[in-house]
Design a protein around this ligand. Structure first.
Ligand code: FES
Length: 160
């Protein structure tokens, strides 16, 4: 890490703490704020925020690893969330998930080598009547079949 990186991280850590607060009970919102800014929790920001609020880094990592909402690696350009809630499960979510996983060559939480896609499964996305449902970035796709899903992936890969 260069000194410029150090000072950038320190500056950002101060901004994060100023926005959220420095009380020990603010650890989760602080981690959420870091992830909101970068899409994941970078080691340097966790360390600088811990320093800023005078808590051991291990405390922040302890909380971050407990909750599945937190990521420790950068996400791809497009984040694919496959719903595996009950309605989607019954409607064939696993087949849709498999086609994505096979097409892209990634498994849960991984990002494609070209940095284009990250694959995640989630619980109910709140539109069960459209099951099975997949969310890519902010777009919802419903009543999916493996073939339909493959077509949608291709559109994104082609630069949608
Ligand atoms: S179970 Fe998938 S949207 Fe509700």
């Amino acid at each position: 890490m260069s000194c410029a990186d150090c000072s950038n991280a320190a500056k950002e850590a101060r901004e994060v703490v100023a926005a959220v607060g420095s009380e020990p009970e603010k650890v989760i919102p602080l981690l959420q704020e870091i992830q909101k800014r970068h899409g994941y929790l970078s080691q340097e920001l966790i360390e600088t925020v811990a320093e800023e609020i005078n808590l051991p880094v291990s405390r922040l990592y302890g909380v971050a690893t407990f909750y599945s909402q937190f990521r420790f690696h950068p996400i791809g350009k497009h984040l694919i969330k496959v719903c595996k809630g009950t309605a989607c499960h019954v409607a064939g979510a696993e087949k849709v998930y498999s086609i994505i996983s096979e097409d892209l060559g990634v498994v849960e939480g991984e990002t494609t080598e070209d940095g284009l896609f990250t694959l995640e499964s989630v619980a109910c996305l709140g539109c069960c009547s459209l099951a099975p449902v997949v969310m890519i970035d902010d777009n919802i796709y419903g009543k999916l079949s493996p073939a339909k899903m493959g077509k949608i992936l291709k559109e994104y890969a082609d630069g949608k």
